[in-house]
Design a protein around this ligand. Structure first.
Ligand SMILES: Cc1ncc(COP(=O)(O)O)c(C=O)c1O
Length: 357
C-alpha cells in the first residue's frame, strides 16, 4: 500500500506506478526519429479510441487550451454554448473573452441538455458552432450525446464541438458516426494520466471552417496541428513525458479491451450507486442522465461534508470532492474513473461508512 493520499476526486485521479514509470522514461528530442516513431505508433490506437479516421492531435495544455482553441478556430458568426454545470457554463464566458458572439442554452444544474431545445435554437439559423460537454463533471450529468449529435447534424452550417473530458475511454464515443467536428479530452480523468495534456480530433468540415477564420492565433491553431501531423510531429515542443505515459496507457487499455473497459466503468459506477441508495442519499443528477464515471451525491442527510472529506483523508488517506462551485457543501462527488476496480471502489465506500458513523 503506497503512502500517499489516493485521489477519488473526479480528476485528477490516481496515477499508477506503471504510468509514472513511463512518464519518467529518458527524454528524446521532439524533432528526432525516435519521437516521430513514438507519435506514429500511438496514432492508430488513438483513432480507434476516438472512433475516427481523422488524425488525433496532442496538445501540451490542459483541456481548456483546446476548448478555447476550438472557439478561436471555428466560430465565425455566433456560438451556442450548451450550459448545465460549472464547466459548460464557463464556455460561454470563454467564448466571449475570445471576442466571439455567444449565446447560452441554459438548463438548471443537475438537468440534461434537451435535444428539442437545441433544435429550436439551431433552427433560428443564428449559429455556426455549438459547444457541448458530454459529461458535466460538476453535476454528474451525462448528456444524451447521440440524440444531441443527431440534432446538430441537421444543420450543415453548424460545427459541433464536444468535450469528453470526464467520459472519454470510459464509454464508447463514435466521433465520425455521430458527426462530431471537434472531439476533445484531457489527460487526468478517465485516462488516468498526470494533468497538463489534452487530446483532440478535428473533422474535415471543421478544418474547412478554420481556413476561413482569421486570428486563430498560433499555439492552438488547428491548421498548424494538421500541418505538423503530416510529419508525425506537434507544432511546438510537447510534453514528451505525457506521450510516453499515454503510450503505456494505450497498451493497458487495449490489453483490457474497450468493451471490458466500458463494462468495468459501468460496474464500478453501479457499486457507488447502490451505496448512495442504501445509505439514504440522493443523486444530484436527474435520472436517466447520470454519469457512469462519477457520482454527484446530494446532501439530503444534511451531513457536514467538509468534515467528512477531512476525516476520510486523515484516517484513510482517501480524497473525495466536497462539491464544486455553487453546489459545494450541498453535494460531494465520488469518482470511479481511470484504473479503479470494484474492490478499490468498495474500499472507498467502506471507509466512507466508517467516517459517516
Ligand atoms: C468536463 C470538463 N471539461 C473541462 C474541464 C477543464 O479541464 P482542465 O482544467 O484540465 O483544463 C474539466 C475539469 O474538471 C471538466 O471536468
Amino acid at each position: 500500500m503506497s503512502s500517499h493520499d489516493k485521489l477519488f476526486i473526479p480528476g485528477p485521479v490516481e496515477v499508477s506506478d506503471k504510468t509514472w514509470a513511463a512518464f519518467s522514461r529518458p527524454m528524446i528530442g521532439h524533432r528526432s526519429d525516435a519521437f516521430r516513431e513514438l507519435y506514429r505508433s500511438i496514432q492508430p490506437r488513438l483513432q480507434e479510441l476516438f472512433s475516427t479516421a481523422q488524425p488525433v492531435f496532442l496538445s501540451t495544455s490542459s483541456a481548456w487550451g483546446v476548448m478555447e482553441g476550438a472557439i478561436r478556430n471555428l466560430v465565425g458568426k455566433r456560438v451556442l454554448n450548451c450550459m448545465c454545470g460549472a464547466f459548460s457554463d464557463k464556455w460561454l464566458d470563454v467564448s466571449r473573452r475570445c471576442g466571439k458572439q455567444a449565446e447560452p442554452l441554459r438548463v438548471d444544474w443537475g438537468k440534461h441538455i434537451d435535444p428539442a431545445m437545441l433544435d429550436e435554437k439551431l433552427a433560428t439559423g443564428e449559429f455556426d458552432a455549438v459547444t457541448l460537454i458530454h459529461n458535466e463533471t460538476s453535476t454528474g450529468v451525462m448528456n444524451p450525446l447521440a440524440e444531441l449529435c443527431a440534432v446538430a447534424q441537421n444543420y450543415q452550417e453548424v460545427v459541433l464541438i464536444v468535450d469528453t473530458v470526464s467520459s472519454f475511454s470510459a464509454v464508447p464515443i463514435a466521433m465520425d458516426d455521430l458527426g462530431i467536428d471537434v472531439l476533445l479530452t484531457g489527460s487526468q480523468k478517465a485516462l488516468a494520466l498526470p494533468p497538463g495534456f489534452a487530446l483532440f480530433s478535428v473533422s474535415e468540415k471543421a478544418f474547412a471552417r478554420a481556413k476561413q477564420i482569421p486570428d486563430r492565433g498560433y499555439y492552438f491553431d488547428f491548421l498548424e496541428f494538421k500541418k505538423n501531423q503530416e510529419s508525425d510531429m506537434t507544432p511546438t515542443t510537447p510534453s514528451i513525458a505525457h506521450i510516453h505515459a499515454l503510450q503505456s496507457k494505450l497498451d493497458e487499455i487495449f490489453a483490457e479491451g474497450l468493451p471490458a473497459r466500458h463494462a468495468r466503468h459501468r460496474r464500478t459506477n453501479a457499486v457507488v450507486h447502490d451505496w448512495v441508495r442504501s445509505r439514504g442519499f440522493e443523486f444530484f443528477a436527474e435520472e436517466p442522465y447520470r454519469s457512469v464515471t462519477l457520482t454527484c451525491v446530494g446532501n439530503n442527510r444534511g451531513i457536514d461534508i467538509a468534515a467528512l472529506v477531512k476525516r476520510l483523508r486523515a484516517k484513510h488517506h482517501l480524497v473525495i470532492d466536497g462539491g464544486y462551485g455553487k453546489i459545494k457543501g450541498e453535494t460531494f462527488r465520488l469518482s470511479n474513473m481511470g484504473d479503479e476496480t470494484e474492490e478499490s471502489v468498495a474500499h472507498l465506500l467502506a471507509c466512507l461508512d466508517d467516517c459517516l458513523q
